[in-house]
Design a protein around this ligand. Structure first.
Ligand code: GP9
Ligand code: MN
Length: 435
């Protein structure tokens, strides 16, 4: 029957990955600052263009021993792009197979999201900062449904003239102008900064270029991508300086992630030479490799390092809850804690392709590549591997089915986790100032 939450509950129980005691609860009641790096791919990390580091600040963070950095972390968005990344991070469920969960169901479905869980468990306040209008992706109503106390959208900032580019406020201004709101928030807080300048079509005003000499490929969007990523990086440097001088740094955990690719597959050949690859041999396997995005957890005193576990955006919320010392097993979330010894390293893409530590499986199991060599494997000559691939494919389909059914049939209205109070969106109101 369509209203049955039991398969989802059973799925979550059977797939729960219990936390590593070394990390469980280490960020309890710390402020949480999530930084959504728009269109930011892992390939930018440690990359040099014309001898200059594209993202020197992020590289420093990535290589810091107070950062847990992941170098095999993939985006898992579908058509909902940014909003799918938000769906996964806030709710532990995927975006929908087609269409956009935020635009369609997220305003009316029952959600059991991160802001509500953190508020109810430890009294966190919560806010989103973003330089686009509040109606985009229906964020205005979805955030209420997630239990966000505040939404500082474009209307809170002066985005006139040179202050904006592309879809809205420039990142440096977003961070600088948000501080007056951030420092007034009741602590501990859970906040999310959704950056915007590193968004297609990667335009940057000359006044915002600090002298970075970008690539000169035949693709002006690829060239622009390095410039806007470099600008985003500088905005983060300034924000961290602010966090340190304000003292917020000392009791905050900062989580940074790239939401999805910036350069689409049909343009990757133009990117290839900059990354040191031969563009003539570029293929689907290489495209799949490019779906890696950064995931970093930074906190003063953290025992960090670069981790090689495979994972994706769906795994962030269980990871975050365990860092907070909250057992995630009573919530309907289909990912697993990246820091758990029991973490599942089978990483599905929203189109059904998937990656494991050893293989990349594309086109409905038709193309199976060995990650180490990039070679296509003949499954007919490898029946054992063929069986494994078929088994993984079943697991991927099951994971999506559980997630999709919860959203399609609004199943969380039939299941309130012990101790959780359903969110009443009517209790939230955001005053969007008129410019
Ligand atoms: C829009 C911004 C970009 O406000 O978050 O969304 P995207 O186009 O990347 O989905
Ligand atoms: Mn995006």
């Amino acid at each position: 029957i369509g209203t049955d939450i039991d398969p989802a509950l059973k799925y979550v129980q059977n797939h729960y990955a219990k936390p590593d005691p070394e990390y469980y609860g280490i960020a309890k009641k710390k402020n949480i600052i999530i930084i959504h790096l728009e269109s930011f791919q892992q390939a930018l990390i440690n990359l040099r263009v014309n001898g200059q580091e594209v993202t020197p600040f992020l590289n420093g963070l990535y290589n810091s021993n107070e950062t847990l950095s992941f170098d095999n972390f993939y985006h898992q968005v579908g058509q909902g792009k940014t909003s799918d990344a938000e769906t996964m991070l806030e709710t532990g469920l995927f975006g929908t197979a087609s269409g956009t969960f935020f635009n369609n169901q997220a305003s009316s479905n029952t959600l059991e999201g991160a802001p509500a869980i953190l508020q109810q468990t430890y009294g966190y306040s919560s806010a989103v900062f973003h330089g686009n209008v509040s109606s985009f992706y229906h964020r205005d109503s979805v955030y209420k449904n997630l239990g966000y106390n505040y939404f500082f959208d474009k209307s809170y900032f002066n985005s006139n003239g040179e202050n904006s580019i592309g879809m809205g406020l420039k990142d440096k201004l977003l961070f600088a102008e948000s501080s007056k709101y951030l420092e007034q928030m009741q602590q501990p807080f859970y906040t999310k900064f959704i950056t915007l300048t590193n968004h297609w079509d990667f335009g940057l005003d000359d006044i915002d270029n600090d002298g970075f000499k970008t690539a000169e490929t035949p693709d002006k969007h690829v060239n622009g991508y390095f410039l806007t990523a470099h600008y985003l990086d500088a905005s983060l440097k300034e924000f961290f300086e602010y966090l340190k001088t304000s003292g917020l740094y000392d009791n905050s955990m900062v989580i940074l992630y790239g939401d999805h690719y910036g350069i689409s597959n049909d343009r990757n050949r133009n990117l290839a030479p900059i990354l040191g690859y031969n563009q003539d041999n570029w293929n689907d396997f290489d495209n799949a490799q490019m779906q890696r995005v950064p995931f970093m957890i930074h906190m003063k005193g953290l025992n960090g390092g670069i981790r090689h576990e495979y994972g994706g955006e769906i795994d962030v919320l269980p990871t975050l809850l365990h860092l907070e010392g909250i057992n995630s097993s009573k919530y309907i979330q289909v990912g697993t804690d990246l820091l758990s010894k029991e973490h599942s390293q089978l990483v599905p893409f929203r189109n059904g392709d998937f990656v494991t530590p050893k293989y990349t499986v594309l086109k409905n199991q038709q193309d199976v590549y060995a990650n180490k060599t990039g070679e296509l494997i003949d499954l007919k000559a490898n029946p054992n591997l063929a069986d494994k691939v078929a088994k993984w494919d079943k697991q991927v389909k099951e994971k999506f089915k559980i997630s999709d059914n919860v959203q399609k049939m609004n199943l969380l209205r039939f299941y309130t986790p012990l101790g959780f109070t359903p969110v009443d969106p009517a209790k939230y109101s955001y005053q969007h100032q008129i410019e």
